[in-house]
Structures are given as structure tokens and as C-alpha cells.
Design a protein. Structure first.
Length: 281
């Protein structure tokens, strides 16, 4: 089933991971940067002026992801980018440049990648070699949801004494990264936890279920190639996937797939929230 895409949702971790894999595939292990060309001095924030000088003639040694940041690695340092709401990395033909292309990454093999971002919520930044852990955009981030540090024990300890609603809590990037609005709703449904529950009231078993549910929904979304993002394009320029297999997200008023009860819609922390009043306690 496909549904209309919702405006205002941003690329979440699965979409960013899909872009990372696309970039990794396209850049391969032999790409060498010829030049970085900045088409404007800023996107959401100023782009470091030294970027073109630092990255000229640097070989690409890897493409990683931390939270929703894409990290293109070179011996000199890392080109960090964030897609914001409408950002894309795409392979472009010469002569097919667009006014929303803010940064060009030209390779020695003649290929050109463009960072295009019409709404300009994206970020391009520079990390000096060895400076990743202390970098201002990365230093306060919580563990990766698919990494080893995201455990029942971690969530249990982190949530003790916290009154904030569990959905708001798991969307806090200092607690855990990459769980945006869509996947927070989906994970809480699978874990059978109501989104408005105070975090500190979760039982240890519920913490375990939620950790597992977050891993599952993100892993499945990555396997499906991301979800329903407006303006989203994979690295390389092909259209994104718009598959919709959400159990609760954007389905307020529809019957629950598990029990048939009418799903609820509301707001928490200023974000739309969906849950089943019978399955989620
Ligand atoms: Zn239900």
C-alpha cells in the first residue's frame, strides 16, 4: 500500500543510511577528490572556507554515518554533511547544474557529485583529522541504535528519574541518535508502550522490548531502502522508495493491525504521535 507522502517529515536514519550506501558504492575505494566548489558561503550554517583547500587531491578512504551525519573520510579529515529536510547528494552531468546545488565534489575521474538542498536546512562542515570525537556536532551524541551500546541496561539507567514522555525521551539525540518521529511511534507500538508514559516508569522488561523494537524497525527500514520522504532521492539521483509499511504512523482513526481498535492520533513534544489504546499500555 502506498499513501501520500507527508510534507514536513525529514530524512530519518534509514534514509541517511541508504544514501551512505549509495555514496559508498559510487565512490568506491579509488575515488580521489579533484576539487570542492562552493556555490554559496552557507547553507543552514556557514560552510568552512578552508574546505576546498583541505580536500583538494585527497583520496576518499571511506563513507561512514554517525547519527544522521554523512562522513566522507580522507587522510586530511572528514567532509561532514547533513541532509536537513530536502538535502541530497547526487551524481550530476556537466551542464545539468541546478541553482539549488550548493556544493560540488569533483573527482579526478571526471565525475561530479552535487549537494542540492532547496530548503537549505542541510549542513556541510569540516572535521580535521583526529578531531571527530571533539567536534561540536558529534561530541554530545548518544549511542547508535544499531550499535552495541544501545542495550536494555543502558536505557534502564538513562531513564531512571526522568518524567519526560518516553517518545520524547527516545527522540533526544543525547540519549540515542537517529530515532525520529516515524520510527519512535513504530518502535513504541511494537514494544507495546504508550508514547506518553513517563520514561522513569518503564519497567526493565519494557526497556528491553523498546531497545529491541528500535533495532528492528530501523533495520527493516534500512533493508527496505528508507521510507516516505518528500523530495528524497538516493545518492546517484534515482527516486527514493515510498513503500509504506507503517503500523501506526499517520494512521490515526484506522483499525489497529494487531487488535482492530481504532488507532489514536495526538501530539507530544510538538510532534504528531500515533498509538493503539488497547495494545500499548
Ligand atoms: Zn491494537
Amino acid at each position: 500500500m502506498t499513501k501520500c507522502k507527508r510534507m514536513g517529515e525529514v530524512p530519518e536514519l534509514p534514509e541517511v543510511e541508504t544514501v551512505r550506501r549509495g555514496l559508498e558504492r559510487l565512490l568506491g575505494s579509488t575515488a580521489v577528490i579533484r576539487a570542492i566548489r562552493l556555490q554559496r558561503p552557507d547553507i543552514r550554517f556557514p560552510i568552512p572556507k578552508e574546505l576546498p583547500r583541505k580536500l583538494a587531491r585527497q583520496p576518499v578512504t571511506g563513507v561512514r554515518r554517525r547519527a544522521k551525519y554523512l562522513l566522507i573520510e580522507t587522510p586530511a579529515g572528514i567532509l561532514l554533511s547533513h541532509l536537513g529536510m530536502t538535502g541530497t547528494w547526487r551524481l550530476v552531468e556537466r551542464g545539468a547544474e541546478d541553482k539549488h546545488d550548493h556544493c560540488y565534489l569533483d573527482l579526478e575521474d571526471g565525475r561530479r557529485f552535487a549537494f542540492r538542498d532547496p530548503r537549505r536546512f542541510g549542513i556541510i562542515d569540516w572535521i580535521e583529522a583526529g578531531g571527530e570525537a571533539a567536534h561540536r556536532r558529534l561530541k554530545d551524541l548518544g549511542p547508535e541504535p544499531l550499535g552495541e551500546a544501545w542495550t536494555e541496561d543502558y536505557l534502564w539507567r538513562a531513564s531512571r528519574g526522568r518524567k519526560v514522555a518516553v517518545k520524547v525521551f527516545v527522540m533526544n539525540q543525547k540519549i540515542i541518535v537517529g530515532v525520529g518521529n516515524i520510527y519512535a511511534s513504530e518502535a513504541l507500538f511494537r514494544a507495546r508502550i504508550r508514547p506518553g508514559r513517563p520514561s522513569g516508569r518503564l519497567t526493565r522488561a519494557e526497556c528491553g522490548r523498546l531497545v529491541l523494537a528500535v533495532r528492528e524497525v530501523l533495520s527493516e527500514a534500512i533493508a527496505a531502502g528508507g521510507s516516505t520522504i518528500s523530495d528524497f532521492r538516493h545518492a546517484g539521483g534515482s527516486s527514493g522508495y515510498f513503500q509504506n509499511s507503517f503500523r501506526v504512523y499517520d494512521r490515526g482513526g484506522e483499525p489497529c493491525t494487531a487488535c482492530g481498535a481504532q488507532l489514536r492520533a495526538g501530539a507530544l513534544g510538538g510532534r504528531s504521535t500515533f498509538w493503539c489504546p488497547r495494545c500499548q499500555a
